[in-house]
Ligand binder design. Structure first.
Ligand code: PRP
Ligand code: URA
Length: 209
């Protein structure tokens, strides 16, 4: 494993990942568990966020304190990345949210873009690009290319499960983007699904299949 991929290990992360993987998990539990897991992942990933000094008054006295130094941007890749946003906003309520609409054509497995919207000052923000699944890596690479075109430089890709193929592709095309996940699975099957994986994240999240 190269330096640019981090598999986050924690008993609660393992426990919640098992719930997501389980085919018996219904849409409601899948949704709430994806939110909770995203919260835990981002809690770990944000350990190195820069701080700046700030002076405040407590009810009792003047106090030197610290606050986040840079604005944070969350960019979910539609649709399934949407399931990660609420959990992370619970942790970082000041974050802004952009959207990239990309779906994977089921025959060619190539990404197709259909929506793109970022805040005007996106280029100045630390960006977390969100998608539960990094499979062939096509959607992630496409989304990174789009946000880079808008001047965004500081990008961390946060997913739940990655495939070795997806990691290799993202690192080859965008070596500056660090990848964070809860697990790296064995392989892709002939339809580009991650095995063992968790199935189709968007369908399980929104109940569309
Ligand atoms: C899934 C997933 C990723 C993509 C990963 O989305 O959420 O965006 O596939 O596959 P890749 O790495 O091979 O590109 P999907 O295309 O099913 O769209 P959806 O979220 O709208 O269901
Ligand atoms: N997209 C998914 O939702 N799941 C996979 O396993 C691969 C791509």
């Amino acid at each position: 494993m190269t330096a640019n991929i981090t598999v986050l290990k924690h008993p609660l992360i393992e426990h919640k990942l098992a719930i997501l993987r389980n085919r018996e998990t219904d849409n409601k539990l899948f949704r709430s568990t994806l939110e909770e897991l995203s919260y835990l992942l981002v809690y770990e990933i944000t350990r190195d966020l820069p701080l700046q000094p700030v002076q405040i008054n407590t009810p009792l006295a003047h106090c030197d304190a610290q606050q986040l130094a840079e604005p944070i941007l969350l960019v979910p890749i539609l649709r399934a990345g949407l399931g990660m946003v609420a959990g992370i906003l619970d942790l970082i309520p000041s974050a802004k949210v952009g959207h990239v609409g990309v779906y994977r054509d089921e025959i060619s497995l190539r990404p197709v873009e259909y929506y793109f919207r970022l805040p005007p000052d996106a280029a100045t923000m630390r960006t977390f690009l969100l998608d539960p699944m990094l499979a062939t890596g096509g959607s992630a690479c496409d989304a990174v290319m789009f946000i880079k075109k808008r001047g965004v430089k500081n990008i961390k890709f946060v997913c739940i499960i990655a495939s070795p193929e997806g990691i290799a592709r993202l690192q080859k095309d965008h070596p500056d983007v660090s990848v964070y996940c809860a697990a790296v699975d064995e392989r892709l099957n002939d339809h580009g699904y991650i095995v063992p994986g968790l199935g189709d994240a968007g369908d399980r999240l929104f109940g569309t299949r």
